[in-house]
Design a protein around this ligand. Sequence first.
Ligand code: DSN
Length: 427
Amino acid sequence: MSISTFDPELSHALNQELTREQSGLEMIPSENFVSNEVLEALGSIGTNKYSEGYPGARYYSGCEWVDVIENLARDRAKQLFGVTHANVQPASGCAANIATMFALLHPGDTLMGMNLFYGGHMTHGLPVNFSGRYYKSVQYTSTKEGYLDFEQMMSLALEHKPKLIIVGATAYPRLIDWQKAREVADTIGAFLMADVSHIAGLIVSGDHPTPVGIADVITTTTHKTLRGPRGAMILCNGNPSTPLKSVDVTKENIPTLVDRAIIPGIQGGPHNHQTAAIAVALKEALQPDFQEYGHQIVKNAKALAAELMTRGFDLVTGGTDNHLMVADLTNKGISGKQAALALDRAGITVNKNTVPFEPRSPFDPSGIRLGTPALTTRGMKEEEMKQIGAWIEAAIEHYADEQKLEGIRQEVKIMTDRFPLYPLLSY
Ligand code: DSN
């Protein structure tokens, strides 16, 4: 029996979501479209099996094929990023970050990360998050122009002596200088964690410098520019020791500490269907055409940024070097929330976002965040970005005009029809 026969309500919701994805412009920079092969693995029987532990050292019997699946994912992650150890079990980016803190810190230790409202992430020490409640959190911000402020990072590090420094962002449009972060960490003997969730795919394609060999631990989600299923990985160098030996919190022991932090630390049975889908996505990322994909994401982002700036948009840092941009809409006389709602009605999905030194509430901030990974997956190029820039301007200018927004939505649909997405799929 199919879902459509057994559960028509669910089938309807899935088909509506499919239509939404097919007929709109998906510009939330953390989203992407996985391949049919990734979807196939994600819907596989891997979900049936419990397999606490790691390949070759499981708590349950019958794990011989799950071991093969997890080893494929681990080996491909190691090859792709050039590390000697990969943990592919974190269920999400939050879990990967929590596990890394659990591995390297004791409750009450000090960590330092980028403030969410300047482009960081809630797990980088936001006071209401686990990372800000169970550890002493020091938050760095950005320069007035929106660039990472390494001078401030250094002076905060010297003042507070964090044991862990987290560098990585969710709304930062420029390249991250990992070496500068390493200098700060080395000055006070701190661990350095790079959260590359947003830029993992760009690291693979060579469009962003890699923190491998510089950061002690690297965390990443698998579903953003890397274009895999929802999930995450923790990458590092070194090798885990035997599971039962007790170890100190030292750099040499990071692989062991990380593995134990995931299980038994914060998770139970791995999601083997998710691991299988990660393995497929990593194989895709190892193919030569993934390099071209990464290059095109950046070319598209630069083209869109240039178009928006020509149309008077005020972009944080004056542009982008990666897959995203943040537009401060103050000069357009509209808030980020109003703009995101209007764009949604026009078939363009973005998210409201704070800008550095945000004067408004994070629930109705001054900016929007836009990115090109999903559009690039559909095959769109610079020419389409120019048109999209024009639609964004028109939707924001006419944000209260339903007819105008509906007109843009219809034009968007004509464009998206030229870039088919999951043409054979239905639920
Ligand atoms: N939710 C992710 C993003 O949109 O950037 C971060 O976790």
